[in-house]
Design a protein around this ligand. Sequence first.
Ligand SMILES: Nc1ncnc2c1ncn2[C@@H]1O[C@H](COP(=O)(O)OP(=O)(O)O)[C@@H](O)[C@H]1O
Ligand SMILES: [Mg+2]
Length: 262
Amino acid sequence: MTTAESSTTDFVLQAKNLNKAFGAVIAANEVNVAVPRGAVWSLIGSNGAGKTTFVNMVTGYLRPDSGTILFNDKDITGLEPRKITRLGISRSFQIPQLCAELTALENMLVSLSSANEQASFFRPAHSAESVANATDMLERFRIVDYRDRTMAELPAGVRKLLDIAMAITGEPQVLLLDEPTSGVAAEEKYPLMDLVMEALDGSNVTVMFVEHDMDIVARYSQRVLAFYDGQIIANDTPDNVMQDDSVRRYVTGGAVATAGGV
Ligand SMILES: Nc1ncnc2c1ncn2[C@@H]1O[C@H](COP(=O)(O)OP(=O)(O)O)[C@@H](O)[C@H]1O
Ligand SMILES: [Mg+2]
């Protein structure tokens, strides 16, 4: 191995000195992180710590006041969300952003067609092939029974899965999930995460998910970013982060790994 090769780590995503303020609120304060390709990381931190702000900056929904975001070493800082999605970074939302009048299948078709740059928003492409692909995604997430139901008729867990399935349709290289298990019944959290991980299995997608339940964090992520007051105060394995003094003080409150459902 040459020196050049050994010094080149394959970071799919890098954030350098990101700052973002909303008036007097500092939502991102010198955020620095380099994420290796294929990693599954989690983001923790109490409400208002800056997790969603980080996701929003990486996906183009917010422009940082300063700092740089690199995707495959390319500067994507401040690009529009659509453009960033096309490049290969997808996201899901804490509150799914689904089209209320459309059925599960139609929502899926919209995201498939926007991934393929076909059809307009309100006239999704209904080719037999795209319907088959959309149905296949619904099957992979075990929500195919809901395919002809509109959003209003769907249970919260199904909406979350649909939103995540839609984020995956474009075959992203990086997938950011903002609180995928929030609003989902306690006993459905693990099955939901299992389905997501199964759907991504073998794809080498880099995943960053925001999560409050430390048991889920420990089970599904290799590394944890702990946010507090717009800063990353810990970036380490789940075990180390849970034992970190500042994390215990500012994030988990000393109550480490309260078991799900207890
Ligand atoms: N669009 C916005 N306008 C004003 N303040 C915002 C906006 N987005 C986030 N904030 C503030 O920035 C801080 C970080 O918020 P956020 O990133 O949503 O936290 P988290 O996702 O960790 O709960 C909070 O104080 C929040 O109120
Ligand atoms: Mg948030």
